[in-house]
Design a protein around this ligand. Structure first.
Ligand code: SF4
Length: 333
């Protein structure tokens, strides 16, 4: 009895952007079974990947890699981009993780939507080579959109992929991708770029400050860097002050109730403030005065500030400190 030939299976990295989608569709057009993996950390969520997976009917698995990612992020071999983005080592780590899944789950090769020359630093030929070598899966990483401009990969040599049906896109333009999207009937895709907080100036400044003052970080602490104004009051004490109701809620959602101290002005509209990992009494007083300073209360009268810690809730009375007087503590980009 004849068994049908085993289908070739490829596992792609998915950011959810158009290039990821097209790279998978270019392979699927060759009757290759494609699946995606997307990596989730506080710096880049997998939301767009989920959407792309649903819309294009491509199975997706999401892997949380925060602990390993932070280890790399503290000291990336190739350093950072303009902000705290370690793009080359980030890609190498992602391909390393994807490669482990490839081996474990019987995929034949890896692929991604990278386009040669699209990003000045991370998508040059030497950069793509660095990523391949450092992923541990050299030769198994195919970039279908630029394949014809790159050396042949092992799956092409093995005849698992028809190189003549791969593409030769390069550079920063989007024309060919947009035309290809039309050809495939892909109409719904997110705008390019964005989405990685490590390229954001403000977030990077707060992350640098955290790295400077602590040697370990929880996922919630990294999430807290997304919200509010951050003040460095002394080497041990950081204060976060929410700017909107939404931020106030997010701050409380990510607080560590066993260690953090939260503050608010119960009798007046005002921010939620947080002292991650608590603080000495004099710093709690200063934090309360800053919190009151950002609330809607008269600035020259004593104000009650509610302080919530593991030990319980207490109220202290302070004279508000004006924002301009504490600007020197702000962690700025
Ligand atoms: S932009 Fe962010 S997610 Fe993308 S490669 Fe760079 S560090 Fe990684």
């Amino acid at each position: 009895m004849n068994h049908p030939a085993k289908k070739v299976r490829a596992l792609g990295l998915c950011s959810g952007g158009l290039d990821s989608i097209l790279s998978a569709l270019v392979l699927r057009r060759q009757d290759i079974d494609v699946a995606w993996v997307s990596f989730d950390t506080p710096f880049f969520p997998a939301v767009k990947a989920h959407k792309a997976s649903e819309r294009n009917n491509i199975p997706l698995r999401v892997e949380k890699i925060t602990a390993d990612y932070i280890e790399m992020l503290k000291n990336p071999n190739c350093g950072y981009g303009q902000q705290m983005n370690p793009c080359l080592d980030c890609h190498a780590l992602m391909f390393q993780k994807a490669g482990q899944i490839m081996r474990a789950d019987g995929f034949d090769f890896l692929f991604s939507g990278e386009v040669l020359g699209q990003r000045p630093m991370s998508q040059t030929k030497p950069s793509l080579r660095y990523v391949e070598k450092n992923s541990g899966f050299d030769g198994y990483i195919l970039r279908p959109l630029s394949a014809k401009k790159l050396p042949e990969t092992i799956p092409e040599q093995q005849g698992l992929v028809d190189r003549s049906r791969l593409l030769d896109i390069s550079g920063r333009g989007r024309k060919r991708q947009i035309a290809l999207a039309k050809e495939f009937g892909v109409t719904d895709y997110p705008a390019p770029a964005g989405g990685c907080l490590l390229t954001d100036k403000g977030y990077s400044a707060r992350l640098r400050d955290l790295f400077k003052h602590q040697s370990s970080y929880t996922e919630d602490e990294l999430n807290l860097l997304k919200y509010g104004r951050h003040f460095r009051l002394n080497p041990e004490t950081r204060l976060i002050v929410g700017r909107t109701q939404q931020e106030n809620e997010a701050i409380l959602k990510h607080q560590d109730v066993s260690a953090d101290i939260s503050l608010n002005t119960p009798n007046h509209p005002g921010p939620t403030a947080l002292l991650p990992k608590g603080a000495a009494p004099d710093m709690v007083l200063l934090a309360a005065a800053i919190c009151a300073g950002y609330s809607k209360v008269p600035k020259d009268v004593p104000v009650a500030v509610q302080v919530t810690a593991l030990g319980g809730v207490s109220t202290i009375t302070v004279i508000p400190v004006l924002p301009r007087d504490v600007a020197k503590f702000l962690i700025l980009s």
